[in-house]
Design a protein around this ligand. Sequence first.
Ligand code: EPU
Length: 346
Amino acid sequence: MQNIEENKSLKAFNSFGFEAKARYFAAPDSDEKIMALLAYAKKHDIPVFVLGGGNNVVFAKDFDGLVLCPKMNGINIISENDNDIFIDVGAGFEWDKFVRYTSFLNYKGVCGIENLSGIPGTVGAAPVQNIGAYGMEVKDTIFTVNGIFIDDIKTFLLKNSKCEFAYRDSIFKNSLKQKTVITCVTFKLSKKHEYKLDYGNLKDELAKYDKIDLRNIRQTILDIRATKLPDPKELGNAGSFFKNPVVERTTAERLLEQFPSIPVYPADSTDASRNKVKLSAGWMIENCALKGYRQNNIGVHHKQALILVNYGGGTAQELMSFAQMAQDKVFDKFGVKIEPEVVIVN
Ligand code: EPU
């Protein structure tokens, strides 16, 4: 089969920079090429793993199958009205380049994803874990997700309401986990400029500009991120390693008695209706005295305790046992289980 590489090192394809090999690797740039590759894999009984930018995965061992890295890179405005603009974006398009594009579109920019500036990864990966930051989630701008089912090699188009979006979660992490290749996402962005500035110190940081507009918001988010989050190009990491745990309100109340300063946030609407709230995993890890803690080549980042880093030369095995140690410590102290947000491939 053309365009398939064998025994490909994935070191450059995962932001932790761990060494692992894919038996086969392909980076197709069209739906037709993806379909041909899926047909080949099916015929030869080869398992398929779909990889975006590799910013949220840990390859715990070599992958004995085909790693497929979609490269479709087109952007098309498909329609617009007085309020909204609908844009198709290829799965391989770099997420942050798309955010930048939207901040200049129609001169003033179009709204909805500006707070998601600076998140590494591809457009195709964004719906999978419903990327979110600074009070915004991508689910609020996704109109449809287009893709191909790996099993029967048929195309699909899922409306937003069918994607089962929730906090860092979607149907693509559950019933459709590793069953689809997302090829293109249609976004609905707003021409009306209504900003979300209530998260953390965003408003204060914006005060240094003479006006609040999309480009200044974007720059402020990029600046805040640069002060807190390590750049994966300089220090191997996958952003937040753990999810913020969603717990019963009564659990949070019990914890608040014992730890009065523990941050408690509202959960998203489905969970909130079930009387659940969200805790800060970063705060709990920090309060287990793990912030900045390092064992050999793996550690907790010194500015953001939710991020585990590979100082260089670390292995996935070291990372996994380090993560387990952090999970155990948090559980022993707070009685709360924290779960990885990253996808572990083993
Ligand atoms: N906190 C600590 N110590 C830490 C980190 C956090 O005490 O080391 C506490 C603080 O009280 C802080 C609160 O946690 O006020 C919230 O912290 P922060 O705003 O840094 O956000 P986070 O909950 O730690 C989440 C996302 C990040 C996203 C930020 C900002 C998850 C799993 N992580 O982190 O997303 O950038 O909010 O919106 O929801 C990512 O997914 O890779 C990611 C970086």
